[in-house]
Design a binder for this molecule. Structure first.
Ligand SMILES: Nc1ncnc2c1ncn2[C@@H]1O[C@H](COP(=O)(O)OP(=O)(O)OP(=O)(O)O)[C@@H](O)[C@H]1O
Ligand SMILES: [Mg+2]
Length: 278
């Protein structure tokens, strides 16, 4: 069978657009809670690197509802630590499993092999649940062995020069042995941050006049999940170890995530332009 020999990750040149986006201020990280997480994880990684701690914290698991800034925060850490674009490996985990790209295990090993050659590096494994399923849920042989390879690679991480960030919005699907090896960080935006995002985005698009309408909608949505969010903030294990997936599902359906707000804004934006320019 013909195999596409494409590298299983983005790095260097591929990541320049993200690097430039952050540098030019087109992408920003709003919210105290986000900047606190970013600083904490960055300081942890830097501490290991500076002091040459080889067997430290193997990696970080960013979990939380879809569209709450997990991927963005990972990129900000890479940027602020100085690893973006050239010493960051971005792995879309869904892609690693795509059969036509060749042997998934080999592809996964290749990521770490290249990383170890490079010196100080950050690996971002995005949407990890799309291939590192809990073995309880795995159906095919490669799914088992891919998790086994990942566990092995995590154990081999030299924390004095490598750092790993994994993201997932369905922690209930992720293999528990992987979860156990990583330091968990929950992502839940505050209402204040959501409103900050609305203001920033409307300013950027030049439509501040729709602010009140959007803010009102978001406040109502937030009120509906406020108690659940508070519980999860106080006790993130509710979400991390929820085998039923009910907590994820509830948040996925009801949470006014930043991505959902963005969609609301764009819908309004489109209508406004049509009105203005017609
Ligand atoms: N703190 C923030 N400040 C500014 N923009 C943000 C922030 N968090 C998220 N965003 C924006 O919201 C959108 C969704 O963010 P992102 O893709 O990082 O979410 P995610 O948690 O990785 O979602 P998923 O679980 O679906 O992968 C992006 O457009 C991102 O730029
Ligand atoms: Mg993401």
């Amino acid at each position: 069978m013909y195999e596409v020999e494409e590298k299983p990750f983005l790095s260097g040149k591929d990541l320049e657009f993200i690097y430039e986006g952050i540098k030019q201020g087109d992408r920003i990280l709003l919210g105290e809670e986000y900047n606190r997480i970013e600083a904490q994880i960055r300081l942890m990684i830097r501490y290991h690197w500076k002091r040459g701690i080889k067997e430290g914290v193997k990696g970080y698991l960013f979990f939380g509802p879809p569209g709450t800034g997990k991927t963005l925060t990972a990129f900000f850490i890479a940027y602020r630590i100085g690893a973006l674009p050239n010493r960051t490996f971005y792995i879309d985990v869904g892609n690693i499993a795509a059969k036509y790209f060749g042997d998934p295990e080999k592809r996964l090993r290749r990521v770490f092999l290249e990383g170890k050659n490079l010196g100080r590096v950050i690996y971002i494994f995005d949407d990890a649940e799309s291939a590192f399923f809990s073995r309880r849920l795995a159906k095919e042989a490669w799914q088992y062995s891919l998790v086994a390879v990942m566990l092995h690679e995590i154990d081999k991480i030299d924390t004095s020069k490598e750092a790993l960030i994994m993201t997932t919005n369905m922690p209930e699907l992720l293999d528990p042995a992987i979860k156990d090896r990583l330091y968990p960080v929950v992502f839940i935006p505050s209402l204040k941050t959501l409103i900050k995002y609305i203001d920033w985005r409307l300013e950027q698009l030049g439509i501040p006049e729709i602010r009140e309408e959007i803010v009102e909608k978001v406040k109502v949505m937030y009120e509906d999940v406020k108690e659940d969010l508070k519980n999860i903030e106080n006790n993130p294990e509710i979400l991390l170890y929820d085998e039923t997936g009910d907590v994820s599902r509830l948040l996925r359906e009801k949470m006014p995530s930043i991505r959902r707000i963005e969609k609301m804004i764009i819908a309004k934006f489109a209508m406004n332009i049509i009105k203005k320019e017609a």
